[in-house]
Write a protein that binds this ligand. Structure first.
Ligand code: ADP
Ligand code: MG
Length: 256
């Protein structure tokens, strides 16, 4: 469903993403890991078609992001780091607006909004103005706008950042459900970036780790855990310099 082929992004002398390739199938929830500045957001923005790649390409549901940009974009639901929510709109109105933007046919929009509201647990706030919602509910609205057109691919950039522990639990179980839907719902390929390792263990069965723009690990949580002991050790091994103290080699280590 998602196929990155040697995706590369350079900003002047800095290679933010360096020839990254991977494939993600329907039903997979992949944790995209890396310290701050590793290149996660840049990779995701290229996959969504919002940021042109310097080199390489990606296929989304079989559509090349350069050759068929509109079809590729339509197949993606994207939750950016800062979702473009319209604080003065109510939840339903906003979701209907996004559905229209995403080319959901007029006659199917009401049903699309209904489904997103139900799936994301927004029924009780559907007529509330977005600006007045708690951060947890706003994040659900962010997820709802990502899935309203039922895309086969979901790209979520740090979906639980800034939430309290209860909200984090709720959003995590929501994401897990999105990948294993009930009958009649679309099964999706999900990639989510995070640097919270328990989050990965809670919802992902596979991990891709990037460091300084390069893919350094790609494997199942199970295999990696048995190889390294814990995901934490796997992460440290590939992102810190091999010093006996285990001190972070670069500024802005894993916990920031
Ligand atoms: N528009 C930009 N111009 C120049 N450098 C950028 C730009 N966007 C990101 N970068 C750099 O690219 C690298 C990767 O950033 P990013 O993809 O945001 O990392 P992450 O999401 O993993 O924290 C960082 O060094 C960042 O400073
Ligand atoms: Mg980022």
């Amino acid at each position: 469903m998602i196929e990155a082929r040697e995706l590369t992004k350079r900003y002047g002398d800095l290679t933010a993403v360096d020839s990254v390739s991977f494939e993600i199938q329907r039903g997979e929830v992949v944790g995209f890991l890396g310290v701050n500045g590793a290149g996660k957001t840049t990779t995701m923005r290229m996959l969504t078609g919002f940021l042109p790649a310097t080199d390489g390409t990606a296929l989304i549901a079989g559509h090349d992001i350069f050759g068929e940009p509109l079809a590729a974009r339509r197949a993606v639901g994207y939750l950016p780091e800062a979702p473009p929510l319209y604080p003065e709109m109510d939840v339903e109105g906003y979701l209907a607006y996004v559905a229209a933007l995403k080319d959901v046919p007029r006659g199917a929009r009401r049903e699309a909004v209904e489904r997103a509201v139900t799936r994301c647990g927004l029924s009780e706030v559907r007529r509330r103005v977005i600006g007045n919602l708690s951060k947890g509910f706003r994040q659900r609205v962010g997820l709802a706008q990502a899935i309203v057109h039922e895309p086969p691919v979901l790209i979520l950039d740090e979906p639980t950042v800034g939430l309290d522990p209860t909200q984090i639990r709720e959003i995590r179980s929501l994401i897990a459900e999105l990948a294993s839907p009930r009958e009649g719902e679309t099964q999706q390929a999900v990639i989510l970036s995070t640097h919270i390792l328990p989050e990965v263990e809670a919802i992902c069965r596979r991990v891709i780790l990037i460091h300084e723009g390069r893919k350094v690990v790609d494997g199942s949580v199970e295999a990696l855990t048995s190889e390294y002991g814990t995901l934490d050790q796997m992460f440290a091994r590939h992102t810190y310099a091999a010093e006996p103290t285990g001190a972070p080699a670069r500024e802005g280590g894993a916990q920031t």
